[in-house]
Design a protein around this ligand. Sequence first.
Ligand SMILES: Cc1ncc(COP(=O)(O)O)c(C=O)c1O
Length: 404
Amino acid sequence: MTAAYPFVPALREPEGSPIRELFKYLSDPEMISFAGGYPSAALFDADGIGAASAQVLRERPAECLQYGATEGAPVLRDALVALMAGRGAAVTRDQLLVTSGSQQGFDFLVRALVEPGSVVLVEEPTYSATLQALRLAGADVRGVPSDQHGMDVDALAAMLADGAVRPRLIYTVPTFANPTGATLSPERRLRLLELAARHQVVLVEDDPYGALSFDGTAPPSLLALCDQVPDARPWLVHLASLSKTLAPGLRIGWMVAAPEIIRRAVIAKQVSDLCTPPWIQLAVAQYLADGRLPAQVEREIAFYRDKRDRLAEALRLAFGERIRFALPAGGMFLWAALEGVDDAAALLPHAIAEKVLFVPGAGFYAQRRARPAFRLSFAGAAPEQIAEGVARLNRAVARLDAAG
Ligand SMILES: Cc1ncc(COP(=O)(O)O)c(C=O)c1O
């Protein structure tokens, strides 16, 4: 007999994450994956992280092993304030909360600001876990279209202008976005900040990829720009992470927001996990003090840039005029569509049969329906696997064409 658990409505028929659903295929050693947004394990600085964590445990064992402040270890908050200053953003310690990954920061915002039925605007397509968090909260999620220059701010302005909706949040990944790889243009950045200020809506800048710029410096973050736009700063929340540059297993992220928002997020964090593991926080602070991060990021940029180029070249060679994509200037993702493929999900079973994985586009939209585009990550696959992975994708497309 199955037990009739009284699950909340949002979890009665759980859909799960479209990306995590693909994980079961990853245990096949012959699979080539363009699916996950995992950083490459080949580059993890295990020596540097190991040395920093051993040092802090030796020198400050009680601090490492005891509960810590919910806001985060002061030494790490100060190090992150300095990191943000290096990225052109002036932040004070009381505006910064350490979170267990940036994902947790978004969860806190949802808890603080979103009720069942609240309207939330997200650029579309967008990060699937954000959609999941919003669905779980019962939000009324509405998509704002985007193109290769990021969110269509005219469309956003039109949605806000008629006053019919007063969204609780506007969510965007403006730099090297997941899943599109797109980067919001500088003009649109200012416009977006103006709209948030004018309509007094909390604007969430999710920025885990901004440091991974392949062509020199990335455009300034919304946070770095917000003081140029009158009254924008109180409305901007910046979520950041070391997951894509240092290691996701550390679960170190942070939120920069007005102190009033930070205060609510701290209460949510007390309920959630009391504090991010102090040992990890101190180890990361030590790692940053050791000065190892910039060289680590440089290695990643060179590695990912090369893999992006290999992927783009292999796709052009394999599919010629049939494929459409914009070359991402950083991050981990390339967003593509093939002429004659109206539903990328229909391609996936053929790809799995050919032992290559990608993520169909449907899971990145608020409204689930067939979408032609799909996401390819160039971060995880080994450089020498990329051409072979695309050859397999080509065979999968041939199978789909034949079946059609
Ligand atoms: C846009 C975006 N935000 C947040 C996250 C989660 O990052 P973290 O590991 O810091 O929780 C990811 C990870 O894939 C992401 O792509």
